[in-house]
Ligand binder design. Structure first.
Ligand code: NDP
Length: 449
């Protein structure tokens, strides 16, 4: 029988790779993890975590204004951008250390450098070669910038977390998660934000009511939304960029940031030497157990382009470790995966949109509620909360919950459990609300829209 240096060699110490490697090591597998950039991957370093910290920072702007209605008088307010970024960096640095400890304490070996495949069982890194029984590719994704003249003057989310100073005027391109989240971040910090999106609404794939409400809430706040609009070219100016729109207009800004999707990060790994099949977008093709076309090579997370969300990558990592090293074959259930967009206001969703439900079940009942949150009766802020339930009429099962408003992510997470448990509308109705909260509205919607 062949002997190998390792039982598992993981490419990438992001959310998925770390979970799989830690668990494999804890099951007794001899495990190595290669990381060429930063421990914790996109989520910890240039994604979810620093993004949410910047969202918190930016929300203070409106919070200070809200305070007046509650009797507070505030003095001069000023944002120290450098202090914010330094504090954020310190926290990320701490998390890098936590990830290092989690891996080493589980018994995994960390190798810092770029790993490449020599063949299906051999890895080359930092001038050495190692063999492994199983290989796990967990290399994530990378921002895509379309090829427009001058696109080299644009930044992506990778750079946005390390800006030297706050830009006064920002142009964001894209209408997905990252574009709308950063629109809120920069706007909340006091920048003038123009968001250019090729579609007629933001957030394709989300429920239409959420898409409409987000667009109108962002406009109300003063974000300049340019929908059905594309960028023809970007030129460098003495103090920033001039961005040519297809309308013929040129918009000037200090900074242009593209948030036009992320592509699987699979180039240059040597996959072609192993025969691993990748699709037209570079994603590694895998079966429900995350096994690639080469039996000992597995892949999880963004590099497989299934659902690009951290908790999904973590679930896939766990499933691979259980399957290979704990004698417990496990696949991930991709139904009812909740998600939140940390736009301002937040929005979150679980289950089917109204149109998906109509397509699948035909007869659906829809319950909607739009209201002014209690807090804003005194703050005076002109912001509405919107909630929606989609119910399959034939079974009374709630098949979709959607919300836009404060803490939407926190609220929908709980409802995701209800949907996983196949809760009916009658069960929602039988649940007593917590008063006064926004969330209670989800159990008090009685009349279909
Ligand atoms: P998204 O796929 O969410 O959005 C990409 C946006 O760019 C879409 O609006 C798309 O338009 C537009 N677009 C794509 N190509 C072009 C082009 N050539 N020219 C102009 N516009 C274009 O990607 P993001 O970059 O925002 O985020 C990547 C992924 O990361 C997300 O899909 C999500 O899975 C994950 N993520 C999750 C977060 C969370 O959970 N809160 C936060 C941030 C990221 P169209 O709709 O017309 O295709």
């Amino acid at each position: 029988m062949a002997t190998y240096d390792f039982d598992l060699f993981t490419f990438g110490a992001g959310s998925g790779g770390v979970r799989a490697s830690r668990m494999a090591a804890s099951f007794g597998a001899k495990t190595a993890v290669a990381e060429e950039r930063y421990l914790g991957g996109t989520c910890v370093n240039v994604g979810c975590i620093p993004k949410k910290l910047l969202v918190y920072a930016s929300e203070f702007g409106e919070g200070f204004s809200d305070a007046a209605g509650f009797g507070w008088t505030l003095g001069h307010r000023q944002l120290d951008w450098k202090a914010l970024i330094a504090n954020k960096d310190r926290e990320i640095h701490r998390l890098n250390g936590v990830y290092r400890r989690l891996l080493t304490e589980a018994g995994a070996t960390i190798m810092e450098g770029r790993a490449t495949l020599v063949d299906a069982h051999t890895v080359s890194i930092n001038g050495s070669r190692y063999t492994s029984k199983y290989i796990l590719i967990a290399t994530g994704s990378w921002p895509v910038v379309p090829d427009v003249p001058g696109s080299n003057h644009a930044i992506t989310s990778n750079e946005a977390f390390f800006l030297e100073k706050r830009p006064e005027r920002v142009i964001l391109v894209g209408g997905g998660y990252i574009a709308v989240e950063f629109a809120g971040i920069f706007h909340g910090m006091g920048s003038h934000v123009t968001l250019v999106h090729r579609g007629e609404k933001l957030l394709r794939g989300f429920d239409e009511d959420l898409r409409d409400t987000l667009g109108s809430e962002m406009r109300k706040r003063g974000i300049d939304l340019r929908l059905n609009c594309t960028v023809g070219g970007i030129e460098k100016t003495s103090n920033g960029v001039g961005v040519h729109l297809d309308s013929g207009e040129m918009v000037r800004a200090d900074l242009i940031m593209y948030a036009t999707g992320r592509a699987p990060h699979t180039q240059g790994l040597g996959l072609e030497k192993t025969g691993v099949v990748v699709d037209g977008e570079g994603a590694i093709v895998v079966d429900p157990y995350s096994q690639s076309s080469v039996p000992n090579i597995y892949a999880i997370g963004d590099c497989t382009n299934r659902i690009m969300l951290t908790p999904v990558a973590i679930a896939e990592g766990r499933a691979v470790a259980e399957t290979l090293f704990n004698n417990r074959p496990m696949s991930v259930d991709y139904t009812g995966v909740p998600s939140a967009v940390f736009s301002q206001p937040n929005l979150a969703t679980v289950g089917l949109t109204e149109s998906e439900a109509r397509e699948r079940f035909g007869d659906v009942a829809v319950y909607k509620s739009t209201f002014r949150p209690l807090k804003h009766t005194l703050s005076g802020r002109d912001e509405m909360t919107f909630m929606k339930l989609v119910v399959d009429q034939s079974t009374d099962r709630v098949v979709g919950c959607h919300m836009i408003g404060a803490d939407a992510g926190e609220i929908i997470q709980g409802l995701a459990i209800a949907l996983k448990s196949n809760a009916t509308k009658a069960l929602f109705d039988a649940t007593i609300g917590i008063h006064p909260t926004a969330a209670e509205e989800f159990v008090t919607m009685r009349a279909p829209a």
